[in-house]
Design a protein around this ligand. Sequence first.
Ligand code: F6R
Length: 614
Amino acid sequence: MCGIVGYVGRGSSRAFVMSGLEHLEYRGYDSAGFACIESASGKLLFAKAVGSLHSLVRKLDGSSIDGSVGVGHTRWATHGAATELNAHPHFSADKTISVVHNGIIENYGVLKQRLIQQGYSFSSETDTEVIAHLFDEVMQRMSGLEQVVQAVVEQLQGAFACVVLLERYPDYLVAIRRRSPLCIGLSSGQQFVASDAAAFAEHTRDVLFMPDSSYALVERAGVRLFSFAGLPLDYVPMRVDAQWLRSTKEGFEHFMLKEIYEQKRVLQETVAFCSTLSQDAWKQTGFSAEVVHDLRELFFVACGTSAHAAQIAAFFFEQIDQIRVSVELASEFRHRALFGFDHSVFVFLSQSGETADTLESLRAVHEAGLRTFSLVNVPQSTMARESDGHLLTQAKREVSVASTKSFTSQVALLYWLAFRIAYEKGLVPQDALAECQQDLLVLAEVFEEVMERYDSFIAHDWAPRYAAYEKFIFLGRQISYPLAREAALKLKEIAYCFVDCYQAGELKHGPIALVEPRVPVFLFSVLDEGVYRKLIGSAQEVKAREGRLVIFAFEGQDELIALADDVFIIPHVKPLLGPLAMTGIMQLCTYHIARVLGHSIDKPRNLAKSVTVE
Ligand code: F6R
């Protein structure tokens, strides 16, 4: 959330910063700003604009604001509406100190009151502005940049990544990180600071991921890193793989559509990845024979789409491994008491590996002395670095804010993991691993085949009809219920429709009162005969009340298919992979409704790709 880019070097900071911000716009896009130290005058200059980065580009056009040290920001509002006053950077009263910030200063209310009593006045509603005034206040009574930064950070509570520009220290960017991601791109004669290395990928791939509770003094010639206690820290930069840093639409109208169509490859690459996991690599995950033999309960902790992937995977571990599974939403898990988990393993699931709710849950589990394991998509992410063991999902960089391919990669890898653990527990022979990989390869073919079969129909016939409805009910049962939830989330995120999602069996316990012709009911079938028969009953209940039924069914499920107003028929795959076989067309349905409605698909309103605030 919120994109930060800073540059210090010999060139035009504005050019570097603005190009970097373009790559981070997915992190927030309600306003943007730029500030720099003008090289000739040593003065701090700035510009801000409401709306997308483009508004800022237009504002800067024709202006001479530039300098060799600069910083920019795209905002995702937390405190205060998306106005120019609330846009970053924020300043000290005399405009000699500027701050851009991502995260939340939890004690900003207390700090603000104290600063007001000291005579400071505030021009924005943000928590960020307290940082600028705090720097001013400390600099009145202290000198030495290191001492000043330390005196400020020790007053701040919460999670924050900030970059500070100070007229008094015109050659420096001050980068501060606590529980919010911030990294530094190291290069000769110029350095970059950003919330995501994608911002400076074309200039350097040598990246210092700032450790938690650290600050850096970044100069043209190099970087000095310190702990919040003021101790100098050594660091070794990481060389980041280029494929992580940039992505293009490759001719597709939107990143989301491109990413939907990448899923066959993602499934194939998941299988290829699993085949290369040697016994040694497996041991590093932390699922040693002793851990697995002792394992009674798996806790998945995740948010949003990742939580839906875990809810599907829960059926894998229960059916294949006979392990009890709980899926916890990370934002709620944070409030639970941690005790009695001697035979449990905690698995944290996240595409970005930076989601604050999940990351803080991981830290809480770690602090309780329990083992942490994560499944993340971004190898250089904080979760990958902080977990005791981790596995990488194979989606590669996902740009569209609405997750698609990362969901598929998570479910596929968890399917394999369930078999791998079953093998470790002695429940299945080694052949079962090869068979499970074959199941995933069959699924990959089916996945793309059904999308190709229905894409044109969905785009030109189906979506224009369903885009006319404002409210929907989605139903699933057993393993298709989390898929229905994921479908509902997609439609809410990008088409802004109201969707209520239920376990089909619950329909008769109340929600059936909502069924009427103007509220289409989407029903997702399963490949379990007993559950399928119950779904027929739910579909009949809807039809009996003149409900409009869109059914996602499997070949041969004729009794259910006959009840549909619109139907998508999917070839058989392994029953546990049924939800994934429906995923591609479900995503196409939501994508095309949003497209017909003319929404901003890759950057939906109010959202951001990486949710780094709790
Ligand atoms: C939905 C979506 C979000 C994320 C959630 C968790 O399309 O993208 O619901 O799934 O914010 O993000 P990660 O997986 O990065 O932890």
